[in-house]
Design a protein around this ligand. Structure first.
Ligand SMILES: NC(=O)c1ccc[n+]([C@@H]2O[C@H](COP(=O)([O-])OP(=O)(O)OC[C@H]3O[C@@H](n4cnc5c(N)ncnc54)[C@H](O)[C@@H]3O)[C@@H](O)[C@H]2O)c1
Length: 315
């Protein structure tokens, strides 16, 4: 089985790439060729059956060379984060919309011309497709009104992938990721960075200025659980519905701080100063219950409880 991972040098992609190399049964069938693509990679060279391909998917020649390998499974994770895409809309559009569309079209073209089985395409969409001012519960009937170009481009890709799947050219599976934690602290253009930084700061006993209130509710998942779920999505039979959210743990910041204080010491509470920023709280801090019955029925899982989330997030 030939596997392509775009964005394989990123936070989730690097963990997915590691798992694909370390666990021979990760996809149910042996991976004979693992193509890991990104603009750059930190750390060691990949293992024997894996190859690093360095380049931009917005470069047609580079993209064509990835598709020519005729992958059976594609994890498409390469993306410009929301904050960075707002600051540089041309870059966001080039990668998150145009290059992504071209990737899907090229893969679909391969199916049509070679008469081969449509490749499984796992696309990491985002809960940002729902936008702000969410209803009392988010479910399939919730209007999709993204408030950032990042969410709009992810939503367009969900539709495009579902349509190419309907036409039998791809076997697409779009999953809307919640905040995946705990990303190492860095200037990465992620508006949701506070969701990771709070773990690192309190574990290390450092002060943390929180851009949402203690009552703010967020949807959480650890990177390890996210990778478990992405692999499960690639392995499962073609689903009737092509897009779903992840099952999530819904926790307030206050509940998370309570749990971190239980684990790392009561003094941690005093380290948090709340300075809510409306633009952040409205998108990431008012997340209501999420109807995740469908992804659960498909076999996807959350982190179980807040302690499980913290343990995996800081592993
Ligand atoms: N981490 C989260 O909380 C979260 C939440 C919702 C959705 N997602 C989605 O999940 C995926 C993975 O997230 P992540 O946290 O690992 O993101 P990330 O920003 O850490 O990684 C994305 C990778 O894409 C690469 N990339 C960007 N432009 C590229 C280009 N032109 N060509 C090739 N590679 C390019 C980057 O170099 C980076 O390594 C992304 O698609 C993201 O939108 C993540």
């Amino acid at each position: 089985m030939r596997v392509l991972v775009t964005g394989a040098g990123g936070f989730v992609g690097a963990a997915l790439a590691r798992r694909l190399q370390d666990d021979a049964g990760a996809l149910g069938a042996p991976v004979t060729e693992l193509i890991l693509a990104d603009m750059a990679f930190a750390g060691a060279a990949p293992g024997p059956r894996a190859v690093h391909r360095v380049g931009s998917i917005a470069d047609d020649t580079f993209l064509d060379s990835l598709v020519r390998a005729s992958p059976d499974v594609v994890f498409h994770l390469a993306s410009i984060p929301g904050g960075a895409a707002e600051r540089d809309p041309a870059l966001g559009t080039a990668v998150n919309l145009h290059a992504t569309t071209r990737l899907l079209e090229q893969l679909a073209g391969l199916t049509a011309s070679a008469g081969r089985r449509p490749p499984v395409v796992v696309f990491t969409s985002t809960v940002a497709v729902y936008g702000a001012q969410l209803p009392a519960i988010v479910d399939d009937a919730t209007p999709l009104r993204p408030v950032m170009s990042y969410g709009a481009h992810k939503l367009m890709t969900e539709y495009h992938l579902a349509d190419l799947s309907r036409r039998g050219l791809l076997d697409g599976r779009s999953v809307r990721l919640p905040g995946i934690v705990a990303r190492p602290a860095q200037a990465g253009g992620h508006v949701s960075a506070f969701m990771s930084n709070i773990f690192h700061a309190l574990a290390a006993g450092e002060h943390f200025t929180c851009p949402v209130s203690a009552a703010a509710t967020c949807w959480w998942m650890s990177r390890e659980r996210c990778v478990d779920n992405l692999l499960h999505i690639a392995r499962m039979p073609a689903p009737a519905q092509r897009t779903w959210p992840m099952p999530v743990l819904r926790l307030s910041i206050g509940e998370l701080v309570d749990a971190l204080a239980r684990i790392y010491g009561e003094d941690r509470r005093a380290l948090v100063r709340y300075e809510p920023v409306e633009a952040v709280e409205s998108v990431f801090g008012r997340q209501p219950p999420l109807d995740d019955r469908l992804p659960r029925a498909l076999g996807l899982r959350d982190d179980g409880d807040v302690e499980g989330l913290i343990r995996r997030a800081l592993a």
